[in-house]
Design a protein around this ligand. Structure first.
Ligand SMILES: *Cc1c(COP(=O)(O)O)cnc(C)c1O
Length: 371
């Protein structure tokens, strides 16, 4: 079976982890500091704070940005649940803005409308989904004119750019994940980046039990620290990130050139952006059949995401307990019924890309076959 995703790990990561384990400093050592510094330098972020995973990073970023119980945070309904869960962990209210049906990212027009409905809202949490940056020119106009605090969920977009500006540098604070399916991995891990010294210091404090001085606690924090093993992997992965992203992009170009099927819509990408293809997501009315067809041909697929976040039981229960209404997001609802992601990772070989393209192109729905 060709998997949907696979991390690119080689001897270098294995060597570095072995070194950490042998020397015995497994937590709060030099690798974490070195990884934080290297990550900030690589993208030209001013400050970066390593965390145990992307979800923890989002939680801390929102808290550091000032999100409190009852605050409204505008966000997208079409993402991994962690985006909304981080808002819920703060006791805040997620208000969902519907997405653009081509890019799957938050729609600037819908955001503009929502800001009229909620004139006092302060926070906006966006997601650069599947590796494609949001429409940052229009979003930044709104952020500036409404004086919003912008948090970027970059968990699927390490190295993506909008008009040559790297994601994670638009917002007040931004978060990356290093889960094995992401553009770079540390097993579990995350990174918070910001240009604000104040936000950085708040994040560092929250990640480490609110403590700067040993056993002295200024605020109630968490144990959201990254391990030394994770940081050692991350340092090696960061060196390979550009080449891994280039391979993802060339895989995507290959698919776009070689997949042709009237029942399948290929991903759309905007001009002036650098997409890093964390996922290659197609749309079809015949999704269940296509999954079955590809599975029989040993091609793995995954649905990112089968249910819009505003429709999840956990979110609906939370909002009703808070006496809040759930936003209506018809585009996200429609898209979640049609999307399907096919294998995308740097290690895909040319014969595999060719086989996947030919197989996807050869799919004919039963309803059409029996006509
Ligand atoms: C992966 C992901 C997260 C959460 O990251 P973890 O490291 O798995 O906690 C958050 N948001 C998005 C969009 C993601 O893809």
């Amino acid at each position: 079976m060709i998997p949907i995703s696979k991390p690119s790990i080689d001897e270098r990561e294995i060597q570095q982890v072995t070194k950490v384990i042998s020397n015995g400093q497994l937590a709060q050592g030099d690798n974490v500091y070195a990884f934080e510094e290297a990550f900030a330098d690589h993208f030209d972020y001013k400050y970066s704070a390593a965390t145990s995973n992307g979800t923890a990073g989002l939680h801390v970023a929102l808290k550091a940005a000032g999100v409190k119980t009852g605050d409204i945070v505008l966000t997208t309904p079409f993402s991994f649940i962690a985006t909304t869960n981080a808002i819920i962990y703060c006791g805040a209210i997620p208000v969902f803005i519907d997405i653009d049906d081509k890019t799957f990212n938050i729609s600037p027009e819908k955001l503009r409308e929502k800001l009229i409905e909620y004139p006092n809202v302060k926070y906006l949490l966006i997601v650069h989904l599947f590796g494609q940056p949001c429409q940052m020119d229009e979003i930044m106009d709104l952020v500036v004119s409404k004086e919003l605090i912008l948090i970027e969920d970059c968990c699927q977009a390490h190295g993506a750019t909008f008009q040559e500006k790297t994601v994670g540098s638009f917002g007040h604070v931004s978060v990356f994940s290093f889960y094995p399916t992401k553009n770079m991995t540390t097993g579990e891990g995350g990174m918070i980046v910001t240009h604000s010294r104040e936000l950085f210091e708040k994040c560092k404090l929250l990640i480490n039990h609110g403590s700067k001085k040993k056993y002295m606690h200024e605020v109630t924090g968490y144990n959201y620290r990254m391990t030394e093993m994770a940081a050692a992997i991350g340092l090696e992965q960061l060196k390979k990130l550009n080449s891994m992203n280039l391979k993802r992009r060339s895989n995507a170009e290959f698919y776009k050139k070689h997949i042709s099927n009237e029942f399948i819509q290929l991903p759309f990408n905007r001009e002036n952006i650098e997409h890093v293809y964390n996922a290659f997501t197609i749309m079809t009315e015949y999704r269940d059949e296509l999954i079955e067809y590809l599975s029989l041909k040993q091609i793995g697929t995954s649905i990112y995401y089968p249910l819009s976040i505003n429709l999840q039981d956990s979110v609906q229960d939370y909002l009703s307990a808070m006496n809040e209404t759930v936003s209506h997001c018809p585009i996200s609802g429609m898209v979640s019924k049609k999307v399907l992601s096919i294998p995308m990772y740097p290690g895909l070989t040319e014969p595999e890309l060719k086989y996947i393209s030919e197989t996807v192109s050869s799919f004919i729905p039963r309803a059409v076959l029996t006509k």
